[in-house]
Write a protein that binds this ligand. Structure first.
Ligand SMILES: Nc1ncnc2c1ncn2[C@@H]1O[C@H](COP(=O)(O)OP(=O)(O)O)[C@@H](O)[C@H]1O
Ligand SMILES: [Mg+2]
Length: 267
């Protein structure tokens, strides 16, 4: 597939092309504004502005998604391709309790009753270590922490069993400890489920742990693609080297800072 997204005569992303195999996890990295989110919004045609235009083709199960009608695309989103957002709050209707919000999402895609949907959700919540599912389902979205909301989305993935999961910076808004737990759930999802995954993150460490292949983006174009091993251990493009160096420098600075703090404390 190859996708271009344009507005006002210029391209936000230009002929971004990649293949995603069943069960495979592709990481998309690049600095802020490089076009990572635009890739998945383009695939799902999620932009709601008339100024945005799409070019190219998205081949999925032998069909071009760009030839589908908006109504057909609604069926693809959620059941076939599930999107996990950075901000869990924006994914759930804030005015209803988690139980009915999630049951509604499940029932949009599966022919089950409300109580069957709730039972399925409870079962998958325990698989992502969300304890006391019944209690959580009685809460409103704003009463859940960011990490819990992300894990609720992963629970929905487990219930809906989409072919592709698209996660756009799903751990970026979380503190370090919660980030680790949610990442573990993503690793579990990848290992125990056959959904393919597109995982966007500016955190190269996370991508290295989770993804099989990596695509590096800069200014709306792909500068390098390869297995995670190739890209991280033997980067070809200067920009990839720069991203990796920046990460190493940042973690070294952090270490120096921590050591400085420990010395201050000891003296
Ligand atoms: N709806 C939009 N209309 C116009 N420009 C947009 C829109 N969405 C994103 N952009 C622009 O496209 C570029 C890529 O944005 P984005 O995909 O959000 O980057 P990333 O996710 O890598 O941070 C940026 O320059 C951004 O300003
Ligand atoms: Mg983004």
């Amino acid at each position: 597939m190859g996708v271009s997204v344009k507005t006002d005569g210029h391209y936000l992303i230009n002929n971004v092309s990649f293949k995603l195999d069943k069960g495979e996890c592709l990481g998309i990295v690049g600095e802020s504004g490089s076009g990572k989110s635009t890739v998945i919004k383009g695939i799902l045609r999620l932009h709601n502005s008339k100024a945005i235009g799409y070019d190219g083709e998205v081949l999925y199960k032998g069909e071009n998604l760009f030839s589908k009608t908006p109504k057909e695309m609604n069926e693809v989103r959620g059941k076939e391709m599930f999107m996990v957002f950075q901000d869990g709050m924006s994914a759930f209707d804030p005015s209803a309790r988690m139980g009915s919000v999630c049951a509604e999402i499940v029932r949009t895609h599966l022919p089950v009753t409300k109580s069957e949907a709730r039972e399925m959700i409870c079962e998958s919540m325990t698989r992502v270590s969300l304890k006391d599912p019944e209690k959580i389902l009685d809460l409103y979205p704003f009463q859940l922490s960011g990490g819990m909301l992300q894990r609720m989305m992963i629970s929905l993935v487990l219930v809906l069993n989409p072919s592709v999961v698209m996660a756009d910076e799903p751990t970026s808004a979380l503190d370090a400890i919660t980030q680790r737990k949610v990442l573990d759930d993503f690793i579990k999802l990848k290992n125990e489920h056959d959904s393919a995954m597109i995982f966007i993150s500016h955190d190269l460490g996370i991508v290295k742990k989770l993804c099989d292949r990596v695509m590096v983006m800069k200014s709306g174009e792909v500068v390098e693609t390869g297995t995670a091993m190739e890209v991280f251990e033997d980067p070809k493009h200067e920009y990839t080297k720069y991203l990796i160096d920046t990460r190493v420098r940042l973690s070294k600075n952090f270490k120096v800072l921590m050591e400085g703090l420990c010395r201050e404390k000891a003296s």
